[in-house]
Design a protein around this ligand. Structure first.
Ligand code: UDP
Length: 356
């Protein structure tokens, strides 16, 4: 733990951000600091980056390690926890369901026990649109929070289990919790200081940008025979800055003890894979080389939020999630010598993935 005394003297309410060295966690830590909270990041750096922890102290630890979690909670007067720490790769969850249940569910359980023991009043949880099933929905229908829950992957199962465990803690211990079901997080902070950096990268936007910049292979379009206007999948891309603002609103929301709220975080508009490809080509100034591939297992034709509840309950709506703005900010990040393109060039193991 670093710079403890300096930060403790700041008098700002402390928010523990588990997984705060990762993509959405780091953007949320920045947004919390800008809203006059002190974000204390707890992360095991298994997929996050130490250099992304810039807005408050850092506690190195694993969410499954009860002693490490207790040490972080006892070192600071924590007013709320935003819980991102977890595994996210859908494909890996199919081959390693044991690991996903251990980190995402057991880890969340350990955290909840520590919060109950200390009467920490507020939790905001990083959930996902992956909790929803796709049966019986047309490509043009948006998804309300009440839609049927039928995850298509072990990843989605663990997010739903995490939500239910949290709801049970709200009932039993008076915790108030907001679970935010993200649609497709994308883009980067406009400063260019932090952005999307997964290893390996599987997401559409970074792969499309790398391809257009000549930094990666041609982009494979996973299926063009979906029941959508151009045959490619529709997704609700939400700027990570908007997503971070939703977490700040959830930390601040006026909720009674024991309240549990599940809220979609999306725009309500779907963009196709071809929309993204066109927008990236225009932003980079060079078209995205593509190859047509088969559908990816488990990809629904359309995942678009009905975001009305976020407006009603949190007073939040997306304000910077136009696709061209998301792409412009992502391209700025990918062009940073220290992080985006430079990061790929410095790390041979990353480049080797592009050589395939
Ligand atoms: N996609 C694609 N090629 C890629 C990666 C993704 O065509 O190399 C498509 C994918 O099928 C989906 C959309 O892009 O329709 C967004 O995928 P991503 O993995 O970014 O997010 P997901 O929707 O799976 O959370």
């Amino acid at each position: 733990m670093d710079r403890l005394v300096t930060f403790m003297d700041s008098g700002r309410p402390v928010v523990l951000v588990t997984g705060g060295a990762g993509y959405i966690g780091a953007h949320t830590a920045k947004a919390l600091a800008e809203a006059n909270f002190l974000p204390v990041v707890f992360d095991n750096l298994s997929s996050g980056f130490r250099e992304a922890v810039r807005w408050g102290p850092f506690c190195h630890g694993d969410i499954r390690d009860a002693d490490a979690v207790a040490a972080a909670l006892d070192a600071y007067p924590v007013a709320a926890v935003v819980h991102f720490a977890g595994l996210i790769e859908v494909g890996r969850s199919v081959t390693r369901p044991d690991l996903f249940w251990d980190v995402n569910v057991t880890g969340t359980g350990r955290l909840l026990s520590a919060l109950a023991a200390r009467r920490v009043p507020r939790l905001v949880f990083s959930s996902s649109a992956a909790v929803y099933g796709s049966a019986g929905r047309t490509a043009l229908e948006t998804i309300p929070e009440t839609a049927a829950k039928d995850p298509a992957s072990p990843y989605g199962d663990t997010k739903l289990a995490g939500e239910r465990l949290i709801q049970a803690h709200c009932r039993a211990y008076g915790l108030s919790a907001v679970v935010l079901r993200y649609f497709n997080a994308a883009g980067a902070d406009p400063s260019g200081l932090i952005g999307e950096a997964h290893e390996p990268e599987t997401h559409l936007l970074p792969l499309a940008i790398a391809a257009a910049m000549g930094d990666g292979p041609a982009l494979t379009i996973f299926g063009d025979d979906f029941d959508t206007p151009d045959g490619t999948c529709l997704r609700d891309y939400i700027h990570v800055t908007d997503l971070a603002a939703a977490h700040v609103a959830a930390v601040r929301a006026a909720l009674a003890p024991g309240a549990f709220e599940a809220i979609n975080v999306g725009t309500g508009f779907g963009c196709s894979v071809r929309d993204v490809i066109r927008t990236v080509g225009a932003a980079v100034g060079s078209p995205v080389p593509t190859v047509q591939g088969p559908r990816r297992t488990g990809d629904p034709a359309s995942l678009v939020a009905n975001p009305a509840r976020a407006q009603t309950l949190l007073g939040w709506r997306a304000t910077c999630s136009a696709l061209d703005r998301i792409v412009t900010d992502a391209v700025r990040w990918e062009s940073q010598p220290a992080y985006g393109a430079g990061r790929r060039q410095r790390q041979p193991e990353l480049r080797s993935q592009f050589a395939a």
